[in-house]
Design a protein around this ligand. Structure first.
Ligand SMILES: Cc1ncc(COP(=O)(O)O)c(C=O)c1O
Length: 395
């Protein structure tokens, strides 16, 4: 089946399990709950034994293991990613941090790209050392030279491709293969590509993480992170999830699954709008460079074309070094349609100045940078808004 058909059909088996009715509603029932009642002691023991034997789906013994609503979403995501199991977390950040924690212990070492989402970086920089875990940040464009950064204690290679502010593509299959040779687990933040356009586990990665807050939710009304892993990587992840008691509400899984249904159609529009904005931006004399791996002029284009089947609507704009931060703020401050707000992947366009921390690799330019999340408004209205912004900057 093609992707659009899969988005519509995946995760629909749980409805009948929940209600016993075969002529069922299209959407899963919203099953909230902590307590699950059992018919007998034998039934209770059987459900616990099932879980202890590795079962993750319904029937479960307690709400923390997920209701049919949770598992409808998990099943759909697992199928899209081509993984073994998935789970949801209260935010994209928790999914990143807990995925790393699952595989490290005192004395271990992790490798993280310099371009990583800042709060993930901060966790590695400030929190992991408290548990005796050290981090080496590496240039995201690194290739085989990463070999030299592995130590006997390296347990995790973290990837984010492309980086969500500076948009460097990583050679994911190469890096994942090297991690595997060193006995390390590879974890990727796959949020930009979405599970539709890149399936990292098929390229040798062990764990794929999403901020479902972005394109999966798609409506800026959900905070959620997800992990999907291979069978080999799942036991440690599962143990961490259950030992820390990590779960989200059924309402959130309901929203995430609803978001998935329309994600393909939304992404096509986000990309078309991004490309229209990029074509216009490239004509502005103040623009030095566009950061968008699906643009043939981007240094990451060859990797994007090789590994991904599509692109989302988030990109960066590097202004000429002669433009000041103050001038860029003048452009941004008067925008009417572009919101000045964090996050991305919702229906609304957003535009923020880029500020990142780098320690081992250069920024993609010396001028000010801003990031655009192309929403679902009409491109010509967005261009008119930008046009006025550039006029303000020139004044
Ligand atoms: C690439 C990336 N990963 C993870 C996150 C974290 O997601 P959340 O905001 O749900 O914690 C973000 C949020 O902006 C992000 O851009």
């Amino acid at each position: 089946m093609k992707d659009s058909t899969r988005l519509v059909t995946l995760g629909r088996d749980h409805h009948t399990q929940a209600t016993g009715d075969t002529a069922d509603f299209v959407n899963p029932p919203l099953v909230r709950g902590s307590t699950v009642l059992h018919d007998s002691v034998a039934d209770l023991r059987e459900r616990v034994a099932r879980r202890n034997a590795g079962a993750d789906g319904p029937p479960v013994a307690y709400g923390i293991y997920g209701s049919p609503t949770h598992h409808a979403f998990y099943d759909a995501l697992t199928a899209l990613e081509g993984g073994y199991r998935s789970w949801a977390f209260p935010s994209g950040l928790t999914a990143c941090t807990m995925a790393i924690l699952a595989y490290v212990a005192q004395g271990d070492h992790v490798l993280v790209p310099d371009s990583v989402y800042f709060p993930t970086r901060r966790f590695c920089r400030d929190t992991l050392p408290r548990y005796g875990v050290t981090t080496t940040f590496y240039d995201p464009r690194i290739g085989t030279e990463i070999e030299a950064l592995f130590t006997p204690t390296t347990r995790v290679l973290f990837l984010e491709s492309p980086g969500s502010h500076t948009f460097e593509m990583q050679d994911v299959p190469l890096l994942a293969a090297i991690a595997q040779r060193h006995g390390a687990v590879s974890i990727i933040d796959n949020t930009w590509a979405t599970p539709l356009y890149f399936q990292p586990l098929k390229h040798g990665v062990d764990v794929s993480v999403h901020a479902a807050t972005k394109y999966i939710g798609g409506h800026s009304d959900l905070l959620m992170g997800t992990v999907t892993s291979t069978e080999r990587a799942w036991p440690r992840l599962r143990e961490t999830i259950h030992h820390y008691g990590l779960t989200v509400s059924a309402d959130e899984c309901y929203l995430a699954l609803r978001g998935l249904r329309s994600m393909g159609a939304r992404l096509a529009q986000h990309r078309a709008t991004a490309e229209a904005l990029i074509a216009w931006l490239k004509q502005q004399p103040e623009v030095e460079r566009i950061l968008y791996p699906a643009d043939p002029a981007d240094p990451g284009y060859a990797l994007w074309q090789r590994d991904m089947t599509g692109a989302s609507g988030l990109f960066g704009v590097v202004l000429k070094p002669s433009i000041t931060q103050h001038q860029m703020a003048t452009l941004i401050d008067g925008l009417q349609l572009f919101g000045r707000g964090y996050s991305w992947g919702g229906f609304e366009s957003l535009l923020i100045p880029t500020s990142v921390e780098r320690t081992v690799s250069p920024l993609p330019g010396t001028g000010p940078i801003f990031r655009v999340a192309a929403g679902l408004e009409h491109a010509s209205d967005l261009i008119a808004d930008l046009d006025q912004g550039f006029a303000r900057l020139r004044r």
